[in-house]
Design a protein around this ligand. Structure first.
Ligand code: OGA
Ligand code: MN
Length: 296
């Protein structure tokens, strides 16, 4: 079989590409995988359309090429169950609708975030395969904190370069409602420290690492830290820097949580079905262990 070349086309001026020329339900050649891996380091988000032959087994096999997967945290911390396919939307594995409480809890995803930044070893890549999508709304927005770092003034760069952010799932989820977290989550999910500035180990490009999960900046007075976090978030997600994705069944999206922020836009969960399956690849190293080049 002749090897097809991947072709890349920008989705937004600052990040993200549409990739064509590959069927992800089939095993990739080493050259195809290397091209995808390289594109992810460069462009931070990849969209593959029309992947209608995908299934969980193919998604798991593809995802594992990038490294160890993260267990899905909702069932892990509530029932101790280890599964690697997370379910995004309002449909249970048996096809029924999820509870109103679950719908409410997942509106926490409508705040800008980076997946699993509240874990000691956060997610490197999130991979979503769309099976059922609403007829209207239900988009997901993305923005690049790498592009935002490029726009940042030198003083702010120096101020945040060696700082640490405190990420706390209970803090961010209880913004939705007090019962958005269960007892298991309250017991096991403790605040974690993440470097506020990160650097891609392959390209050397830097970005800052903020999200709805960040409660405070270590060693900075609360109000000052909060104001700085809010400013950094607003800068990264200014309207012209946001890519809004309108989902179609068969869309397969990968993004780099080390530098990409995302949020759901909401939809009528009573009226429409939405079902996407997610896998997450863990970062090889906790971000605090990654050495950073000096501030520039
Ligand atoms: C996610 C997520 C938002 C959405 O899949 O990690 O935050 O649009 N999704 O459902
Ligand atoms: Mn998410």
């Amino acid at each position: 079989m002749p090897e097809t070349r991947l072709s890349l086309e920008p989705l937004h001026a600052e990040f993200g590409v549409r990739v064509t020329g590959v069927d992800l339900s089939r095993p990739l050649t080493d050259a195809q995988f290397a091209a995808i891996d390289d594109a992810l380091n460069r462009y931070s988000m990849l969209l593959f359309e029309g992947q209608h032959d995908m299934g969980d087994a193919a998604q798991l096999a593809f995802s594992r090429r990038f490294g160890a997967l993260e267990e899905e945290h909702v069932s892990y911390y509530s029932r101790g169950e280890i599964t690697y396919i997370g379910r995004v939307g309002n449909i249970n594995p048996d096809g029924s609708r999820v509870s109103d409480r679950q719908v409410k809890s997942s509106t926490g995803n409508e705040m800008w975030h980076s997946d699993s930044s509240f874990r000691e070893i956060p997610a490197m890549y999130s991979i979503l395969c769309a099976y059922e999508v609403p007829d209207e709304a239900g988009e997901t927005e993305f923005a690049s904190a790498r592009a935002a770092w490029q726009r940042l003034d030198a003083d702010t760069r120096a101020l945040i370069h060696d700082r640490v952010g405190i990420h706390d799932y209970i803090f961010s989820r209880t913004k939705v409602s007090q019962d958005a977290v269960n007892e298991g989550q309250r017991t096991y999910m403790h605040p974690v420290r993440q470097r506020l500035v990160r650097q891609n180990p392959v390209t050397g490009e830097k970005n800052y690492f903020v999200a709805s999960h960040v409660k405070a900046i270590e060693g900075m007075p609360e109000t000052e830290g909060r104001a700085l976090l809010d400013r950094l978030m607003a800068e990264a997600t200014r309207p012209e820097s946001v890519y809004r994705h309108c989902w179609r069944a068969g869309d397969f999206m990968i993004w780099d949580n080390r530098c990409i922020l995302h949020r759901g836009c909401g939809y009528d969960a009573q009226k429409y079905r939405r079902r996407m399956h997610q896998t997450r690849v863990r970062c090889a190293n906790p971000s605090l262990a990654e050495p950073l080049d000096p501030p520039t």
